[in-house]
Design a binder for this molecule. Sequence first.
Ligand SMILES: C[S@@+](CC[C@H](N)C(=O)[O-])C[C@H]1O[C@@H](n2cnc3c(N)ncnc32)[C@H](O)[C@@H]1O
Length: 220
Amino acid sequence: MGEFKNIVVNGKIDAYIRSQTAPQLPAQRKLVERTHALGDLAEMQIPHEQGMLLTLLVKILAAELVVEVGTFTGYSGLSLALGLAAGGKVITLDRSEEWLDLASEAWQEAGVAELIEFRLGPARESLFALPDSPEIDLAFIDADKVGYIDYWEQLVPRLRAGGLILADNVLYRGEAADDNATGNARAIREFNDHVLADRRVESVLLPVADGLTIARKRTR
Ligand SMILES: C[S@@+](CC[C@H](N)C(=O)[O-])C[C@H]1O[C@@H](n2cnc3c(N)ncnc32)[C@H](O)[C@@H]1O
């Protein structure tokens, strides 16, 4: 009884979820429209309710240092920055600056541009260049799926005790649940197993958008 509580979210329910989430800022709405104009690529952008969840988690932690892997057009970076405590910053990493103008414009418009530092290059190298000290309050991984375990391994030691590490697309359109998954879905499956076996954190995998893992670094 109560084994399958999760519902299948169709378009109508999806729209309802969005309508019952705190409204987007004009800068967020505009960024969604501009990203949409990029065509199929736009599906890389996190949806508004996930952005709101990121903002809330950053606020709950009173986070001062947030690291994001995968900037794209900046929606998630903006959501993270909106939650920062006074004096806080988001460091966001991407190997491409193709969409940086779109991101910067939205960050300016929302009044958070000064709080966001973009670092260009392969995430593996940008993460390696971060200080070793455990001072990150929250990290969000949303880039190439085959890199997730590497990013996780670089981020968890740099996370403060009690800090959160989040990973996006952990259901990979549902394909990650398939024993015979291949390609990116296989990489995500291996990542999910890696997270579950990691005693440094306690975690939950949630059906938020394309699947979101939220893990907290243990305090003891
Ligand atoms: C799914 S998108 C990120 C979406 C973004 N979080 C948002 O909500 O708008 C993935 C991003 O990761 C970047 N990326 C992919 N592989 C990367 C790598 N090895 N190093 C750094 N960035 C990478 C891509 O250029 C792309 O912008």
